[in-house]
Structure formats: C-alpha cells, structure tokens
Design a protein around this ligand. Structure first.
Ligand code: SIN
Length: 294
C-alpha cells in the first residue's frame, strides 16, 4: 500500500474516521504525523485489512509513547505489552460497560491500539463516544459547577465482582487494595494536545464526586452518565478480522458489546501511557509558558 495516498474518511462530525491506504506495519514519519493529527481530530480511527505480527503491533503502538502492562488481562505469550481479550462460553464478555481505559490509575493511558484477531459470526461491535462533544453540550451553569469538582475512580468497582468469581479471587482482591488504591481526577479535564475540555467521568470506574454528599454525587453522576450516552456523541464499529482501532483514551469512552456470547471473540490490545489529567482550574493558574505549549 502506498503511504502517499492516506485518506481520512470521517464517520460523524463528533467522532470516528476510517483511514484508508495505510499499512500500519510500514508507516513512514510523515504518515505517522498525519495519523496522530487525525487521531486528535477524530478521536478514534479505524484501519482495515491490516497484517500485523505482535512485533509490528507493538512497534506501531510504541510510536505514540511507552507501552503499558494491564493489571487484569492475560498477556500474549512472551509479549507482556499485548493484552489478549478473549471471550467464549466459559469466559463471558467483561468490557460491556462504558469506560476510558484505566482511569483508576494516577496516569491513565493516552491511547489504545486494538487489533481484531477473531470476530464472532454476529455481534461483538464496539462503540466509542466523544467526551469532548458531551462536555460542549452541557449548559454553561452546569459546566461552571463541574469545573470545580473532583471525582474518585475505583479499580474494584469494576473488577471486584470479577475477582470474586476466580479461584484465586481473595488474594487478587487483597493485592488490588494495596496496588490500585482509589485515585481522584478533576471532573472536567483539559486535553493536553487539543486543549479541548473533556467530561471526565465514566460509569465503570468513577465512584463518587468528592466534594458532594453521597446523595448529591449519585444524582449528578447519574445525570452525567446519561448525558454522555447521546447517540450524536457516538460511533460504532462492526469489526472484520484484521481491523485495527486506535482511540485517544483522554477524549473518549468505549463499550464492547457482549451480544455475541457464547461465541468466540479475540482481540489484541496495546495501550500507551499518558499523563496525569489536568483540570480547568489548574490550567488557569498554570504559568503562561505551560499553557502555551498544551
Ligand atoms: C476494551 O478495550 O475495553 C475492549 C474493547 C473491545 O474488545 O472491543
């Protein structure tokens, strides 16, 4: 495939684009710059008919930054940076709730590169939403209130019940409490590249708004989770084998439908490390030099 004729075909105004005429195993520097720019504009990119060895998958992903290792997913043999997301009759889908990857970490991933290895006969689509589009559609008084707030993100809210079903679950729960304590992130964060504001709560990991009473927090989170789900903020991929999706994890959330169970579905995922999310108030008080580069 020629690297010169890369084309970006948007799916909606808010989010998602197909990228054609690119071989991800052979991306030159100029094409990579174009891919990165397209990612910042469209937030999730879809590439089709890609032939990637595990090494080529990792080589491409690592151009975005340092690859990470996931706390829960099984790694590909001899490739700890590739998480194998495999589901069948005995391993029901577990990614069927809206989330950004690993917001329970102090520094959540900046991007994910997901490669479709085996697709079920029906279903198994993935949906993404734009959390910048969702932010823009909030009313001004609501934006102002949320800018001053912080939310708690909880690893065990998502994985606690999964661990409890495992034979070594008690030990995994004990370790998780030590290794993945609760973290707090601003509820509205500023994207470090585009400077767009992001509504930064997700129903999988966000457990509480720190500054509010439990009752207030539950009500506001419920409203925000519902707000995020407007179809106008979403795009959906019906996977073919050898498709690759790359998403900007700082600006999006995703949901892998579980509607193919009990069929077999196998994906390989590499995530790339990001920075600590920064809130609006921190940006307002940051020195001009820092604001200028973001
Ligand atoms: C995930 O990264 O949450 C999994 C997405 C998918 O399997 O489609």
């Amino acid at each position: 495939m020629s690297q010169q004729t890369m084309k970006v075909l948007p799916r909606t105004v808010a989010i998602g684009a197909d990228v054609v005429n690119v071989d991800l195993a052979n991306v030159d520097a100029e094409t990579f710059t174009q891919i990165k720019a397209a990612l910042h504009t469209h937030q999730v990119l879809f590439f089709h008919e890609q032939m990637l060895s595990p090494e080529a998958h990792m080589a491409f992903a690592s151009r975005f930054g340092e690859m990470e290792i996931h706390e829960v997913f099984t790694p590909l043999e001899d490739h700890p940076e590739i998480s194998v997301l495999v589901h069948d009759r005995d391993h029901p889908p577990i990614s069927d709730s809206w989330h950004s990857d690993v917001t329970y970490r102090t520094k959540p991933s900046m991007a994910s590169v997901l490669y479709a290895r085996s697709i079920p006969p029906n279903g198994g689509d993935t949906l993404w939403l734009s959390a910048t589009a969702a932010y823009k559609k909030l009313s001004e008084p609501m934006k102002l209130m949320l800018e001053g707030l912080t939310a708690e993100h909880d690893f065990l809210q998502a994985y606690g019940s999964y661990f409890r079903k495992q034979s070594d679950g008690a030990e995994r729960l004990r370790r998780a409490q030590i290794e993945t304590p609760l973290v707090e992130h601003p509820l509205i964060v500023v994207h470090p590249v585009t400077s767009e504001r992001v509504l930064y709560v997700n129903p999988t990991f966000t457990s509480r708004i720190v500054e509010l009473s439990r009752k207030e927090s539950d009500a506001i989170l419920k409203l925000l989770f519902e707000h995020l789900l407007q179809p106008e903020f979403q795009v959906r991929l019906k996977w073919q084998e050898n498709d690759v999706a790359i998403w900007d994890n700082r600006a999006t959330q995703h949901y892998a439908t579980g509607d193919y169970y009990p069929h077999y579905r196998r994906m390989h995922r590499v995530t790339v490390g990001g920075e600590r999310p920064v809130g609006v108030n921190a940006m307002q008080h940051a020195p001009a030099a820092i604001r200028a580069v973001t």
